[in-house]
Design a protein around this ligand. Sequence first.
Ligand code: ADP
Length: 223
Amino acid sequence: MRIILLGPPGSGKGTQGNLIENKFGFPKISAGDILRKAVEEETSLGMKAKESMDKGELVKDSLIIDLIKQRIHKQDCRNGYTLDGFPRNISQAHSLEKIDAVQNEVVIDIRISDRTAIERLSSRWICSECHSIYNIDREDLSKNKRCERCGGKLIQRGDDKPEVIKKRLAVYHNETEKLIQYYKNKGIYRAVDGQSSRDIVFKRICSIINKSYNKEKELEALT
Ligand code: ADP
């Protein structure tokens, strides 16, 4: 089973992807994390990607597609996986179908307003060690800026600056949003209201996944 998380920056795709992984055991594959790792490791691909990422633009399809392909062909993805941040345009969606033509696929679009996205991203801090996500408006966190889980240093992502956030949202509206109609046409698009709390959003997502998973089992039983 493949779950694709759609939604603007700040909609909670990473957070929900982690919750899905814990509950259902489908590994979360984050295109942004994979690219940030390549940047950190200063690979030649990472250096190429960095320029676009710093500006809030998409990196070239050719850079990300191979990385995703390598990741989804690993053993742990054989029963299913969740994609966060891929595909981000129609051409990446076509590539994904070629890389791995799965039977059961659901696209979950976590909807939030631009205003919420800007508010969330400007106060988002992440652990430099384990990548846990925090909202720095919390007074206790803003004082010592340490991760509650592993004690790692909390840092702000370079692309969570106001001007880059605006660009990322524009890219989302101009390119990624086209995927909504694309997946509606395929009959696999589901939307959830992402403005509510993390747990409420997760409940809605679980109910979508369970329905889709049960359908998969019913089909398997017939064949
Ligand atoms: P967000 O969804 O919050 O904007 P991500 O961590 O998913 O953040 O992505 C950060 C950056 O990485 C993007 O702004 C873009 O430059 C690059 N990126 C991530 N996924 C893709 C992709 N599928 N195609 C091209 N670029 C990508």
